[in-house]
Design a protein around this ligand. Structure first.
Ligand code: FES
Length: 153
């Protein structure tokens, strides 16, 4: 999607929602845009910043809540939310990062906190995720695709 298209779509969404230019509505606007684009493009953030009259960047306080890049639908997504972090998702990430040929992405909360640490692979939740569970899912045939489209089994 081109920058101009992103800006137009963002302006249309802000107009449709008719958000007052007040700080409490900023988070809701960003959530709407992430839902629309699947991530928060920098161009959309600039339009929102202008709309709300705020200096805003993806390195801001909101950066942990939103994705700044399009999703790799085949990456293993590991939750880094508070409960999953306490349950060891950081160690899991370290282990997977040390494993060649596995694409991972982090998410703030996957919405399954009672099953921490949580991960997803190809849209399916892996409860109480461990490196062994993820490796066995990958061995069983789930595929992971690194950025650039290279597929790995
Ligand atoms: S904190 Fe990990 S799923 Fe919510």
């Amino acid at each position: 999607m081109q920058t101009g298209d992103i800006c137009s779509a963002t302006e249309r969404i802000l107009k449709l929602r008719n958000y007052p230019c007040k700080q409490p509505y900023l988070l809701a606007a960003l959530e709407d845009l992430q839902a629309h684009f699947g991530f928060l493009p920098q161009a959309a953030v600039a339009v929102v910043a202008s709309h709300f009259g705020q200096k805003l960047g993806l390195d801001s306080e909101f950066s942990a809540l939103f994705h700044s890049r399009p999703d790799n639908p085949h990456a293993v997504k590991i939750c880094t939310g508070p409960l999953c972090s306490r349950a060891g998702s950081g160690d899991l990430i370290t282990t997977l990062e040390a494993t060649p040929d596995i694409a991972i992405e982090t998410r703030h909360c996957l919405g399954v906190c009672s099953r921490a640490p949580a991960a997803t692979l190809n849209g399916e939740t892996i409860s109480r995720a461990s490196a062994d569970k993820i490796f066995s899912r990958l061995k069983a045939g789930d595929r992971v695709e690194r950025e650039g489209g290279e597929s790995i089994s």
